[in-house]
Design a protein around this ligand. Sequence first.
Ligand code: GAP
Length: 448
Amino acid sequence: MTAKNMDELVALCKRRGFIFQSSEIYGGIQGVYDFGPLGVELKNNIKKAWWEAMVYENDNIEGLDSSILTNPLVLKYSGHEDTFTDPMIDCKSCNLRFRADQVPDKCKPEDLTEPRQFNLMFKTNVGPVEDGSNYAYLRPETAQQIFINFKNVLDSTSKTVPFGIAQIGKAFRNEITPRNFIFRVREFEQMELEYFVLAGDDDKAHDSWVQKRVEWWEKQGVPIESIELYDVPSEELAHYSKKTIDIMYKFPHGVEELEGIANRTDFDLGSHSKKQDNLKIKSSVRINSHSNSKLAIQIKPEEWTVPYVIEPSAGVERAFLAILNEAYKLEQLDGGKTRTVLNLKPHLSPVKAAIIPLKKNNNDIVKKAREVKKNLQKLGLGRIIFENTGNIGKSYRKHDEIGTPACITVDFETLEDDTVTLRDRDTMSQKRLKIKNLANHLVNLIAG
Ligand code: GAP
């Protein structure tokens, strides 16, 4: 059973320190959130899982971490200055502004203005003079910096197609109506791969990436039953796309896009290239009079081609929400009790293990527990917590609720035979284990 409604997830996130409203003490800022102590761990673990699956498991994929501030020319030639817009409508009665497809029923048609196009990019001034002539955009997608670094990566890594460039980083969109908690926000992170192939190999590569991405989601605890593939109809395609498959997920507020996998053709590399006439570009690119680079590969002497691009693009916040929603369970226990548990995949859990001394004032037990914590922490598996509340039951409940897969209790027996009690989050079963075997146990648990 997934979460009944978004409110339960929002309450858990606030109560346990996953997510807070940004600038909360000053009334907040709409569509912007902060990730708390557990949120940052879960978020980092999601990004790590993506990075490992992309960059470390594929020798033909390289990483990039590019700037957020973007030269306006990049977004001119990418098409964002002209087309990255949403139609907005004002309601003259409630004085609010909505995306044209999200006007609430309470607004009467006679109170609504005609739709006007609104560009979603954030602009900022660069340097000390604020006369509007020196501005940059906060990138609306991480993809463009990948395209404009195509040559740099190619030349420095001696790659040839097919190859990919992966990036995780912030993107900013001045959404007209941010909503549904972290689903639609103004500041978010994307995990994007641009996978370059020869024209003609693009359809097959596209199908293959859709398949791989669905498999990845399953490994993160988002099962195939909660996913739908949406073949975006031509009239809804972005200006650069020949075909896009959206991975749709059953969020608490409805079925919506979790990740988009687009065939961006040769549009982006072609649009950012100089001397476009010599490159046999197939899509209708923007004529470029500023670029000083040919974003193409040489296939024969005198013959250049602009690769096609397959782009799996996922939002970290949406991943967070889907993973949390799937993991969240309210279980009925014997005796009419309930427990809240996050059945997160252990590699995603914010805390991997809690080390709990049975008696918080017993120096020998506490010392031993600290030693266990220190040694397990050294394994580099993620966060191991020393939890000295003196209340085992309360500690178990807390760690169930934040998804800690293992609780390890150090007691009097430990001092005699070097064993501990290991409690499993999902089954709540307990067993004794030698301290020397804990490392192996945790490594296997987290590897899945
Ligand atoms: N580079 C392609 C691109 O940006 P997109 O469909 O606009 O395509 C890709 O965005 C992904 O980024 C989406 O599937 C979603 O997961 C995430 N995303 C987009 N806008 C978002 C927003 N306002 N808040 C949170 N996530 C967002």
